[in-house]
Design a protein around this ligand. Structure first.
Ligand code: NDP
Length: 315
């Protein structure tokens, strides 16, 4: 017997879809992921304090918020498997999904909620020194002894970059925020915090052309985007915060994607190009990308799937 609904992904969107689908007696099966596309629980697992998720006036730690969502979904009856889905077959029906262990599961409807992962700078020197002073997660790695009381850099100008820079001020002697333009993309409140922080020094109009170091990072070769001038910036650590890529490779072109690889959904719904397949959260959101909007679209996907199952299959 096929599953009625398989949900792929365990961030706020996948878990909210699981909560709603469980309460609708759909008895969903959710694949939490394992090592592809970030850790189970999604990006909030590598976030410190979340101040803007409604219902927590004193903020809540990202991992605790995710643990609570998971607990709520399990309590309502959702079954979970901690494995990556490696491929799907949307031409067959019921749909087939195959996990990393090679097992294939079938389902009447699917919700794709696989989120997005941090982008990395496409430089050979970055690959060579990755993990040797270069990271894409200040919250995970910033407290390491090698970074204590050292001068560190964060690359990017969005909310993530600003959040990471502020986080690193707890450990670093100085934090350089390196941005390719002369204006931050981050929200105003975050901009104010970083612009007024005594330990943060913003380097405007700069890109990293090379990560320099033998066994570990020792400096960054920067290029001024306005003048073309090159400078060297000695730092013990660099944290990339240059945005995200959606986790859609496993779909192998079976759903319509935009030019950046995000799943295209119909306006005001989670309906994708394949009948019976719904998408929720960051994997289909290039605009808002917040925990609360991801959760909200997970709710929409569960409702869309429930109605679709009822209308098409009468179940
Ligand atoms: P964003 O896409 O918002 O920002 C990416 C930043 O990296 C931009 O400043 C961009 O520059 C820069 N960048 C991109 N590519 C390169 C490159 N090749 N070289 C140099 N710089 C580059 O991503 P974020 O991860 O910051 O945020 C994603 C979403 O998550 C946003 O909607 C954000 O609001 C949200 N978020 C919210 C938080 C909160 O509310 N607490 C915390 C973290 C994220 P440019 O500006 O020139 O394009």
């Amino acid at each position: 017997m096929p599953e009625r609904l398989i949900i792929i992904g365990s961030g706020p969107s996948g878990l909210t879809a699981a909560i709603y689908a469980s309460r609708a007696n759909i008895n969903p099966l959710l694949f939490e992921g394992f090592q592809e596309g970030g850790i189970p629980g999604g990006q909030l697992m590598i976030t410190n304090e979340v101040e803007n998720f409604p219902g927590f006036p004193n903020g809540i730690m990202g991992p605790l918020l995710m643990q609570n969502m998971r607990e709520q979904a399990v309590k309502l009856g959702c079954r979970m498997i901690m494995e990556d889905i490696q491929s799907v077959n949307l031409d067959s029906y019921p749909f087939a999904v195959t996990s990393a262990s090679g097992d294939t599961y079938t389902a009447d409807a699917l919700i794709i909620a696989t989120g997005a992962v941090a982008k990395r700078l496409p430089l050979d020197s970055e690959k060579r020194l990755w993990g040797k002073g270069i990271s894409a997660c200040a919250v995970c790695d910033g407290a390491l002894p090698v970074f204590r009381n050292k001068e560190l850099a964060v690359i990017g100008g969005g909310d993530t970059a600003v959040e990471e820079a502020l986080h690193l001020t707890k450990f670093a002697s100085k934090v350089y925020l390196i941005h390719r333009r002369d204006e931050l993309r981050a929200s105003k409140i975050m901009q104010t915090r970083v612009l007024t922080h005594p330990k943060v020094h913003i380097l405007w109009n700069k890109t990293v052309e090379e990560f320099v170091g033998e066994s570990s990072l020792s400096s960054l070769r920067l290029r001024d985007t306005a003048t073309g001038e090159f400078t060297d910036l000695p730092v013990a650590g660099a944290f990339e915060a240059i945005g995200h890529s959606p986790n859609t490779n496993f779909l192998n072109g079976q759903l319509n994607l935009d030019s950046q690889g995000y799943i295209i959904t119909e306006q005001d719904s989670t309906v994708t190009s394949a009948d019976g397949v719904f998408a929720a959260g960051d994997v289909q959101d290039t605009k808002y990308r917040q925990a609360v909007t991801a959760a909200a679209s997970g709710c929409q996907a569960a409702i869309d799937a429930e109605r679709w199952l009822l209308e098409r299959l009468g179940i």
